[in-house]
Design a protein around this ligand. Structure first.
Ligand code: WT7
Length: 639
């Protein structure tokens, strides 16, 4: 039995046994599981923690390297087996295939290049790229030299890049000239150029020429990725040993939105994160080599980190990376990819399922899908209709669907059924992974002990993959996740538990929206809207949206009530695109003359949410409103 096999939960009984062990003696449990990683130096202490500061340290004293665990350790036995399959945006363009040996060589060469560019251990490197293999290679190259990667989703604006680069004080950026998205190609390098007008920490920009055509280069700062790489290879200098890193050295930073205005840099550790992504990938999807895993997320989000790059490569598996979008050239694109590459596992988001469902069954005709064995969803609650469509039409009413609940902060999946091992219940994420101790609490912080309960979801014991800090502002980490319910990690999600102990996550209870699986803070969005010179004040809430899950509804007070509201609307959308990115554009904008406020000046979002949802019969208590007529006005002009 290989060390990876010893991690695998093979039956319902073994799930319960493992779960019980993980709660009874977590340190022993994880000390044992951690043997599945390849260590340069063994760890001395399994866990040190308190949730007050918070301080969480797993596997201290040990050293290891992420790229070594993802690549080098597989070379002897599986070096010539496939690691990465890349499907380009254009189905008529050639696909690319990398064996472990080939991927290893590219990562080594790129790591050597980073070093040559002056990047050292502990430095932060931002990646702002499309979904090309070099993105995964760049990420792994950073880890090889101990640089901390911070991937910025390719849809973010120049301003968002600048905010992240400055917060992380990144020394280098890896980017592409541009990216293809369906019928469009979008510029990336010029957006980076614009961002860097506001950044002083960046010494080097490495540019992958992917779409071709004009790409202005700043000769002092910018370097051509492939040109440099080929030069290193030619000179025989494309080698780079894997740097031994301490277990708790940060592996990466990933920025995510919260309830305050500024995105926060979620910091993940090396050993704990690697163990968690490996363990959850193997068990939730019941992955078996050489199955092909197709996670449709972008590597700009945590899902892509854990289940395109780290999880699959850690177990020596095959991962598929897709450059394009689900609906181009037509709505059968995912199914064509599944058939073309004989995909075994498909992991996607409810929003993608709903948008494909809306295209009808025609795009599914003449698709086989016979290679599929496991389906998964992530990112938002899945509604029953989408679940059943996925099950019936993609899973042929046979395949297990794993509904995986987790967050950027959790590093990997925390609550999910295990494919074919534990029961799937439509709309329920179901059971916690071993090591995860969920608790539900009421508003007063009282833990709800009854099996059947409804409350806010917290976790009461550390797990290896959890957030360690928020970059540059540890207090913010404490404040956001550990102060609401002292002694517990607070997820920000509402949740129901049934008599069988299965969990159903109902959505955020804080001021965070989940739009097409993208996390958007209302405060951040309001800040952006308020930047428009004609805007006095704004309030943003979510409302149910058939495809996106949640849509964005913005109530806006303008200085001069817009004469031509179409123009004003467009100007505000442009402002949001410019400051955050197109994903944050409101679906509905209602110009109002006032916002419902309490006497102390607090906006009553509950009321705005009800109006946006069209449920004004049940507005609830409005007696604390400063001016109740405002509500009447808003209701009358509701969109
Ligand atoms: C929020 C985290 C996890 C990677 C993608 C999103 C919601 C996530 C589920 C699910 C119901 C879910 C939660 C969570 N969420 N998965 N299976 N069922 N809700 O990561 O951007 O950090 O967002 O997504 O509300 O808090 P994220």
């Amino acid at each position: 039995m290989t060390q990876l096999d010893s991690l695998r939960i093979k039956s319902l009984e073994s799930y319960h046994r493992e779960y019980d062990l993980s709660v009874q003696d977590p340190k022993k449990f994880w000390a044992d599981k951690a043997k599945s990683l390849e260590w340069f130096t063994p760890f001395q202490e399994v866990l040190n923690w308190n949730f007050q500061e918070p301080q969480v340290r797993w596997f201290e004293g040990g050293t290891l390297n992420a790229s070594y665990n993802c690549l080098d350790r597989h070379l002897a036995e599986h070096g010539d087996e496939e690691a990465l399959v890349w499907e380009p945006n254009d189905p008529t363009s050639p696909t690319r295939h990398y064996t472990y040996r080939e991927l290893h060589a590219e990562v080594e060469a790129t790591a050597a290049l980073l070093k040559e560019m002056g990047v050292s251990k502990g430095d932060r490197v931002c990646l702002y790229m499309g979904m090309v293999p070099e993105l995964a290679i760049g990420v792994l190259a950073c880890t090889r030299i101990g640089a901390i990667h911070s991937v910025i989703f390719g849809g973010f604006s120049a301003q968002s890049i600048a905010d992240r680069v400055n917060d992380a004080q990144a020394v280098a950026i890896l980017t592409c000239d541009g990216a293809y998205r369906g019928a469009k190609s979008i510029p990336l390098k010029s957006v980076v150029d614009q961002a860097l007008e506001q950044c002083t920490s960046v010494q080097r920009v490495l540019v992958l020429k992917h779409i071709g055509g004009d790409c202005p280069m700043n000769t002092n700062r910018d370097r051509d990725w492939l040109e440099k790489l080929n030069a290193l290879k030619k000179e025989g200098r494309a080698h780079c040993p894997a740097e031994p890193m301490n277990s708790e050295d940060p592996l990466f930073i990933l920025y995510t939105s919260g309830s305050t205005g500024k995105p926060k840099g979620v910091v993940h550790s090396t050993a704990g994160y690697l163990l968690w992504s490996q363990y959850t990938f193997l068990n939730v999807f019941q992955y078996q080599r050489p199955q092909l895993h197709f996670c449709t997320a972008d590597i700009g989000w945590i899902t892509g980190h854990s289940y395109i790059v780290y999880g699959p490569l850690l177990v020596g598996g095959r991962t598929l990376m897709f450059e394009g979008i689900p609906t181009w050239p037509d709505a059968g694109r995912f199914w064509d990819i599944v058939d073309k590459h004989t995909v075994d596992i498909l992991y996607t988001a409810p929003t993608a399922i709903r948008s494909l469902m809306a295209c009808g069954l025609e795009p599914l005709q003449s698709k086989s899908l016979a290679s599929l064995k496991v389906l998964g969803t992530v990112g938002e609650p899945i509604n029953a209709e989408a679940w059943h469509w996925y099950h019936e039409h993609i899973g042929k009413s046979e395949l297990p669907i794993v509904d995986t609940w987790w967050q950027t902060e959790t590093g990997g999946i925390l609550i999910s059924n295990l494919a074919g091992v534990t029961e799937a219940v439509p709309t329920f994420a179901t059971l916690p992974l071993p090591g995860i101790q969920p608790v539900l609490v009421d508003e007063n912080g009282q833990i709800l002990e009854a099996a059947e309960a409804r409350g806010n979801l917290c976790i009461r014991y550390p797990w290896p993959g959890m957030i360690r800090s928020t970059w540059g502002d540890h207090e913010r980490c404490r404040q956001t996740y550990f102060s609401t319910y002292p002694g517990l990690y607070f997820t920000g999600d509402g949740c129901n538990r049934n008599a069988q102990g299965q969990y159903r996550i109902t959505g955020r209870v804080d001021d965070v929206l989940n739009v097409s699986g993208h996390r958007i803070g209302t405060a951040e969005l309001e800040n952006a809207i308020n930047q428009h010179p004609n805007v006095v004040e704004s309030a943003v809430v979510g409302y149910p949206h058939d495809i996106k899950g949640q849509g964005i509804y913005a109530y806006i007070i303008c200085q001069s009530l817009p004469v031509e509201s179409g123009t004003a609307r467009k100007a505000i959308l442009d402002t949001v695109s410019h400051l955050i990115g197109p994903i944050a554009k409101p679906d509905k904008i209602q110009f109002v003359s006032g916002l419902p406020k309490t006497r102390s000046g607090k906006i009553m979002r509950r009321i705005l949410r009800k109006i946006a949802e069209g449920e004004w019969e049940q507005l609830g208590d409005t007696s604390t409103l400063l001016d109740p007529t405002v509500v009447q006005d808003i209701m009358q002009s509701r969109l």
